[in-house]
Write a protein that binds this ligand. Structure first.
Ligand code: GYE
Length: 306
């Protein structure tokens, strides 16, 4: 880098921007694609990435961020596992003069000066899209529609917002009711076990709304094991549109998927360079997304990268 030989041994002055990134974990296909996107984009952008996996634990994320501060990285980015409890560590980063970028998930901090920008999806809108589709399917009908909801990680922005958007969308239709709502922690394994329990305790289930593909795919295993046909006996709506989800959609086991893009890497690297250079950036940067029906999934699958 431009630091030259004289700086050898200083640890960071080879001219490369150093980005510390604390990832949630590896809970889903979405997360794996997101991690790949960030690692690839960092390499492409010539950014030195210090990547840390928190295994779903907030205390590990806080530890990682503190260690990035000690190492004096240039920029810190992270995808907060839950929304609350970040003020103190973010204040430390600010005091150390290290800009922070929120990636994928939001925090509930009132002090917006604690981070430079928030890059990611509109999760409320995703929930609304899911609910709107269901309302449309039941247009003109008054028969009861019993919905089971599999929530994401308790306290995580996508779980809070996808629940909220969906509830708002179905609100005007009193025949559509969420009869059960439980967390499956965004994983396939928990989606399966939670659904097994719900299938036993809930006699009439018309619809499953899962906050991500993986929980939906786990639930599909439970539904099939109970002798029911996913996508026919129970209408299934999920969020993400990763390859396994899209395949199940094309196969008729899922009925509708709201897309949430994990490909945040290139935009994140661009933002890291800008905030490092002291440029002002938009405080909120939204990802562009679409929705998929079964027919649309069949058409999109051959080119689907993740
Ligand atoms: O939908 C889910 C993942 O935060 C948008 O986290 C992300 C969510 C994604 O585990 O699959």
């Amino acid at each position: 880098g431009c630091g030259g030989k004289d700086d050898a041994g200083s640890g960071k002055d080879d001219g490369k921007l150093v980005l510390g990134f604390s990832q949630v974990g590896a809970e889903s296909g979405w997360r794996t694609a997101n991690t790949n996107s960030i690692q690839t984009a960092a390499a492409d952008a010539g950014i030195e990435l210090k990547f840390s996996d928190a295994q779903g634990k907030q205390e590990k994320q806080i530890e990682a961020i503190r260690s990035f501060i000690t190492q004096k990285v240039d920029v810190i980015a992270f995808s907060p596992v839950v929304t609350s409890g970040w003020d103190s560590v973010l204040k430390d980063a600010k005091d150390a003069g290290i800009p922070v970028i929120l990636t994928d998930r939001a925090v509930d901090s009132q002090d917006k000066s604690l981070y430079k920008t928030f890059l990611g999806s509109d999760f409320v809108k995703e929930g609304t899209e899911a609910g709107n589709w269901l309302v449309k399917q039941n247009e003109g009908k008054t028969t009861p529609v019993n919905v089971v909801e599999l929530q994401g990680t308790v306290g995580a922005a996508p779980a809070i917002d996808r629940q909220k958007g969906f509830a708002e969308a179905i609100k005007a239709n009193p025949n559509i009711t969420v009869v059960k709502s439980q967390s499956g922690n965004f994983t396939r394994a928990e989606g399966k076990t939670v659904m097994e329990g719900i299938l036993q305790s809930t006699p009439k289930i018309d619809v499953l709304y899962a906050h991500n593909d993986d929980m939906g795919l786990g639930a599909i295993e439970a539904i099939e094991a109970a002798g029911k046909k996913p996508g026919k006996d129970i209408t299934i709506i999920t969020v993400d549109a990763v390859k396994d989800g899209m395949t199940a959609l094309a196969d008729g086991k899922i009925n509708f998927i709201v897309e949430c893009s994990p490909l945040l890497g290139p935009q994140l690297m661009d933002l890291a360079k800008k905030v490092h250079a002291g440029e002002t950036v938009e405080p909120r940067i939204l990802t562009e997304e679409t929705t998929f029906t079964q027919e649309q999934a069949k058409a999109a699958l051959p080119d689907r990268k993740y």
